[in-house]
Design a protein around this ligand. Structure first.
Ligand code: FHN
Length: 439
């Protein structure tokens, strides 16, 4: 068809491949915004917020957004949640404002999770928030507007492999039985791609598509989806969970902290409690200090932190999440320089007292506990000419650097620190004569 019938197709195909080639070639440039910001907001929101972890009076174990699967709820029963989903308290400006206040620079929302429900207006399937719920508005439109004015990158999560609503999607064997390769391929063509097209054409520039759980997708299909995204928005990033390591960046396991620095572009998605989608009985919140330690730990290893909130069916982000994000934000206001645009620690090992991030000519010591006496750091070869807490730049800390020729050991000692500067994690800046070199 392409060769014989229509020059237009030829033109399209040429354009398709050049865009895709460009997208692959300039990854460094395309991904720089993402690498620099280090911190984003994940939002798991959908019909599962209605049962909120409880089905027919029974607490369903596991993460909230998996309730359909865990309780093997038939499609026709699960669909009955749509008329009950009416998020009248949803306020895009408030959500985006919270992300901004927390110091997060990108926002990834579940446009479609494994339950197959589209949280956006879709012509492909009327199983979407506009056509199937009393809310009948498209929250992505408001989010796109709010993100644009707040300078936050809007990104979409899209479950490409699992779809428990479709006979061709993976996962729902209780309604549909075993899945054939052909049916899955049809589902990719008839639902996934056209919905991706909607997401990539209805809301302006999209920072990234966060694909997830590549179970049965073939390498060819993963590559094809990536190409498809780049054909429509060449700058849009594609998450590693598109499958087969073909994404633009790597995705760690959920809540996973690597044992050390990692090469390349990586992100860890993480929860505030034990669920992603709202569960009314999950009160197992991490403390703000724990969350900040995770942020710092990941940044010291060169990994982005995508921290999740799970709003209720009314559109409210749980107060416990809000409180923690605001506290993180207050910390970021003072200490953000030690996170944004930083490089990982130059050391190939961890410290008990905290973590290190760097920038050209600077090293940031993130102290989990404020030292009572003096502080010793071994191995730094670069001369330090100034040291001060980031929260109190005028305070000069005494630094002594020595070299023991016999032991071939560099030591740096900071004398008394004075009054503790932060409630959670304290940052001390070392201004260096060049980039940090360690033995
Ligand atoms: O199955 C999903 C889960 O529901 C959630 O969306 C997380 C977030 O990273 N991803 C999958 C499990 O890894």
């Amino acid at each position: 068809v392409r060769r014989t019938e229509c020059g237009f197709f030829d033109m399209l195909c040429n354009r398709y491949s050049s865009e895709v080639i460009m997208a692959a070639a300039n990854l460094k440039e395309r991904i720089s915004w993402w690498e620099e910001v280090r911190f984003g907001m994940f939002i798991h929101w959908g019909l599962y917020a209605v049962p909120a972890g409880v089905w027919k009076g029974e607490e369903i174990p596991g993460i909230g957004e998996w309730i359909m699967y865990r309780a093997q709820i038939p499609v026709d029963q699960y669909e009955q949640l749509a008329p009950k989903f009416n998020p009248v308290k949803f306020d895009a400006k408030e959500w985006v404002g919270l992300a901004k206040e927390a110091g997060m620079k990108y926002l990834v929302i579940t446009a479609k999770h494994h339950d197959g429900f589209a949280l956006f207006k879709s012509k492909v399937s009327d199983y979407n928030i506009v056509d199937a719920t009393p809310y009948s508005k498209d929250p992505m439109k408001d989010l796109a507007k709010a993100c644009k004015s707040a300078g936050i990158k809007l990104c979409f999560y899209y479950s490409q492999d699992q779809d428990w609503h479709e006979p061709g999607g993976r996962g729902n064997t209780w309604d549909f039985g075993p899945l054939s390769d052909k049916a899955f391929a049809r589902y990719l063509e008839n639902k996934v791609k056209p919905q991706l097209e909607e997401l990539l054409t209805q809301y302006g520039p999209i920072g990234l598509i966060w694909f997830d759980t590549p179970g049965i997708i073939t390498k060819k299909q993963s590559q094809d989806l990536k190409r498809y995204v780049h054909k429509i928005q060449p700058d849009c990033l594609v998450s590693g969970r598109v499958g087969h390591d073909v994404g633009d960046y790597g995705s760690m396991g959920d809540n996973m902290i690597p044992a050390g620095r990692v090469k390349g572009y990586w992100e860890t998605p993480a929860t505030l409690n034990d669920t992603w989608g709202f569960k009314k009985n999950d009160k197992n919140w991490k403390s703000t200090k724990e969350l900040l330690i995770l942020l710092v730990d990941l940044a010291s290893k060169g990994v982005n932190y995508l921290l999740n909130v799970g709003p209720t069916d009314k559109g409210v982000i749980p107060p416990a999440s809000v409180k923690r994000l605001k506290e993180i934000g207050a910390w970021m206001k003072v200490n953000g320089d030690a996170i944004y645009r930083t490089n990982p620690s130059p050391y190939p090992y961890e410290f008990k007292w905290g973590r290190i991030t760097c920038k050209p000519g600077k090293m940031y010591l993130h102290l989990y506990d404020w030292p009572k006496g003096s502080f010793l750091l071994k191995g730094l070869k670069t001369a330090v000419f100034k040291a001060y807490p980031l929260a109190d730049k005028k305070r000069k800390l005494d630094v002594t650097q020595t070299y023991d020729g016999k032991l071939k050991e560099h030591s740096l000692q900071i004398g008394s620190f004075g009054k503790k500067t932060d409630k959670f994690v304290s940052v001390v800046v070392l201004e260096l004569d060049g980039d940090p070199k360690v033995d």
